[in-house]
Design a protein around this ligand. Structure first.
Ligand code: ADP
Ligand code: MG
Length: 247
């Protein structure tokens, strides 16, 4: 169980997150909100990459900063920026990430095969990442996130910039990851998350404005047939490309 207690993040004068409290149990959660809402900031705080200005994050009741390396091995994180090692091959990148995660040496080879096969990248594993398509880069990012079978998986806009076919493929891979773990996926495109999320967390201007199942969100925003309607109802034209971008 992951608990965020009153998280605030300020960048100088700008408040990126404002008093966010949230408890997540196993399941797939869609973090949905327009650009600038605070999704990446929230994910960076959950994964311990940036410190909140105020508030704390707890894993099973323990402060993640107290857990240190132990927490590192529990999480898998695919950041939004593709800060990828373009000159590395996919396999070398994965083996580097496995080392960072403290995967025992004798398990690395089989673990890399497992994650490569999960994202269906075995054939491209020995090519340089720089030569990958956008979809392949996202898949290798997901592959490194699932090294070591983490119990908390955080994927920041894994479908950004992908064509419809690739978006569906990523979505189905995320669905296949579900199990005894927490999966948090951010997007500003409703159709990437609607079919697979147990719950949707709606974020706007640094605050969580609601979290619920798609069905309940539709009921609350009467007249909404689907999540797309709910999104338009709440965020309006803030992100008019969200619908045109969808599958
Ligand atoms: P999202 O991922 O939902 O698009 P972000 O978390 O990236 O939103 O950003 C939330 C807000 O915080 C935005 O207004 C953004 O400009 C601001 N912000 C994010 N990172 C920084 C930073 N390093 N310095 C200053 N402002 C930032
Ligand atoms: Mg972002």
């Amino acid at each position: 169980m992951l608990t965020l207690d009153n998280i605030t993040k300020k960048y100088k004068a700008r408040t990126a997150l404002c008093g966010v409290s949230l408890t997540l149990d196993c399941g797939i959660y869609g973090l949905l909100g327009p650009n600038g809402a605070g999704k990446s900031t929230l994910m960076n705080i959950i994964t311990g990459n940036i410190k909140p200005t105020e508030g704390k994050v707890f894993w099973e009741g323990a402060d993640i900063y107290g857990l240190g390396g132990q927490f590192r091995s529990l999480i898998g994180y695919a950041p939004q920026q593709q800060g990828l090692y373009n000159s590395f091959t996919g396999r070398r990148f994965l083996s580097y990430m496995a080392a960072l995660k403290g995967i025992p040496k004798k398990e690395v080879t089989s673990e890399i095969e497992r994650v490569l096969s999960f994202v269906n990248m075995q054939d491209a594993a020995d090519r340089a990442i720089g030569a990958y398509s956008g979809g392949m880069k996202q898949r290798i990012l997901i592959a490194q996130a699932i090294v070591g079978e983490p119990r908390l998986i955080v994927l920041d806009e894994p479908t950004a910039g992908l064509d419809p076919k690739e978006r569906v493929r990523i979505r189905e891979q995320v669905r296949a990851l579900a199990g005894n773990k927490i999966i948090l996926v951010s997007t500003h495109v409703v159709s990437d998350i609607e079919p697979i999320a147990d719950e949707i967390i709606l974020i706007r201007s640094g605050s969580i404005i609601d979290r619920d199942t798609v069905g309940n969100l539709c009921k609350k925003h009467d007249g909404s047939r689907d999540l797309e309607d709910v999104y338009m109802h709440i965020f309006g034209k803030e992100e008019s490309y969200a619908s045109s971008d969808s599958v």
